[in-house]
Design a protein around this ligand. Sequence first.
Ligand SMILES: [Zn+2]
Length: 321
Amino acid sequence: MKKTYLFLCTAFFCGLIFWGCQKESSTTPVIIAPPVDSPVVVAPFKILDSIQMITDLEQLSSDAFKGRKAGTPEIALAHTLIQTRLRQAGVDSFATGFFQPFTLSGIEHKNLLAVIKGTSKPDEYIVMGAHYDHIGVRAGDGDVYNGADDNASGVAAVLAAAKYFKTHPPKHSIIFALWAAEEVGLRGSKYFTDNLPGTLLLTQLKFNLNLDMIARSDNNKIWGCGTFHYPAFRYLVDSLQGKTTVEFKAGFDNAAAPQDWTNLSDQGSFHSKGIPFLYLGVEDHADYHKVTDEFSKVSPARVNENANLAAQMILLLDRKL
Ligand SMILES: [Zn+2]
């Protein structure tokens, strides 16, 4: 996405605590009767497979992918990785297959689309998306724009969510969309909303959650953009306050804000059709659209937390839509 903003500092925390307890043996076992009422089950915040997610982020942002620029032979590596993960997750391809191809200026691009059909509202769709393309190789010295934060991070999160929801079936159908050609003007998501596959109708698209740049915490904030336009969905931000170690804020979605991101990533293709959206992302940082947007600069703890934040939003939407 295109944004410009200063960054302050990077901070991340990563910890794993194990403890165990060993109950002393007793010769007289004590049997405790189960409570009459069912216990209140508090769902954990972190529900996604973080190990696979971080591995995918690292692989997508490695030099082998040559910056995932459309029209290059190496973009096929991204297609293969994404399709492989979707197949491993066991999700179905959408309508005509995992690929939705289209051509721009003689260059073929491919959206990748998968679906989990809803258990009780299968004809109502939530679209969870992220663009997988980036800007390739720098002319002259051949340095690679690896786009680790922009947007290998969002892709890895969507793939992890597909895996989770396959084993935790939602009431509504979820389309998992990995968009092509965002960097040249949101063209993949625009092609999708202009050319819906199969029998899908715009009226069946109930919400778009877009992830673009979710792996940094340079100023300890993560933003949810879109509630200015769709205040009925403000609960997606309000309900998840205090769940993240960085500040989760609503904003950057109107003229009064320092910047308006409404149409600066793939959520714009949905907004232009009147489909409610929330865009999750960080502010621009010093490595935005630079060859230094590398895996070594992202925070695994942050992408894990933000990906789970997105998955929790899908759970909320599925409950409330
Ligand atoms: Zn982006």
